[in-house]
Design a protein around this ligand. Structure first.
Ligand code: DC
Length: 238
């Protein structure tokens, strides 16, 4: 059977990871995995249940019982818990903030890592997050790290939130993202950073397709067979 590949895309909030990962996955015919959604799911469900995160046995029991169903398509990455789709709730601002708090907890990181590795076991995956190239898939064949200026990232988040953004000043959004970046980059466990073998792309002045095309050029260089076979619809920029 043809060996199948894992591609990782790491970087801070608003760097363009989701847009690029979805486009790349669609272009290559790969499965898209969003690790941030799993941290958000833990944050959302544990808050709903009023779980005390400091209670280790309770946290372990909660994680053992948390068995989400997953589906990924061109629209994104969807999660269900006990038959209820969680996806629409996972981007709420309080879930975002809480997600970077649960993400410092080693049992939560181990749970997410185990889920991702299980779903990626047959390869053919584009996976995005903070530590995918460093910790979750250190042997991934192709790694990217996207970054952009804080103001640009905050502006992208505000555009995504549309009507909700009207109530949030650009400064407040930038502050929230900066707080989250600080927690993600400075935690002891799997801090956010570029893998030594990742291609770092500054997306500040690039549109998504320009970033995707840079990624595809790298994939072709590293994996000529895979890329030659699968890339069917590279789009023009500009
Ligand atoms: O990518 P995102 O904004 O959906 O991620 C939500 C939070 O989850 C983020 O603040 C940090 C955490 N996270 C992480 O610690 N490791 C990952 N691989 C992905 C996300």
């Amino acid at each position: 059977m043809e060996p199948r590949t894992v591609i990782t895309i790491d970087g801070p909030a608003g760097a363009g990871k989701s847009t690029v990962a979805k486009l790349l996955a669609a272009t290559l015919g790969y499965l898209y995995l969003d690790s941030g959604a799993l941290y958000r799911l833990v944050a959302w469900q544990s808050s709903r249940l009023g779980l005390d995160l400091a209670d280790s046995p309770a946290l372990d029991a909660f994680l053992a019982g948390l068995q989400p169903e997953m589906a990924a398509d061109a629209q994104g990455f969807h999660l269900w818990v006990d038959g209820q789709e969680a996806t629409p709730f996972l981007r709420e601002p309080q879930v975002s903030q809480q997600s970077s708090r649960v993400a410092v907890l080693p049992p939560v990181r181990a749970w997410v890592t185990e889920k991702l590795r299980h779903w990626a076991q047959n390869g053919g995956v584009v996976a995005e997050g903070r530590d995918l190239g460093t910790v979750v898939f250190p042997r991934a064949e192709c790694k990217f790290y996207l970054d952009a200026a804080l103001e640009t990232r905050a502006a992208r988040r505000r555009r995504e939130w549309q009507e909700d953004a009207a109530t949030l000043s650009p400064e407040k959004v930038a502050q929230e993202i900066a707080d989250r970046d600080r927690r993600d980059a400075n935690r002891a466990e799997a801090p956010m950073r570029a893998a030594a073998d990742a291609l770092v792309i500054d997306t500040t002045d690039l549109n998504p397709q320009e970033v995707v095309n840079q990624c595809l050029a790298k994939i072709r260089e590293l994996l000529p067979d895979t890329a030659g076979l699968k890339i069917t619809r590279e789009m023009k920029t500009g």
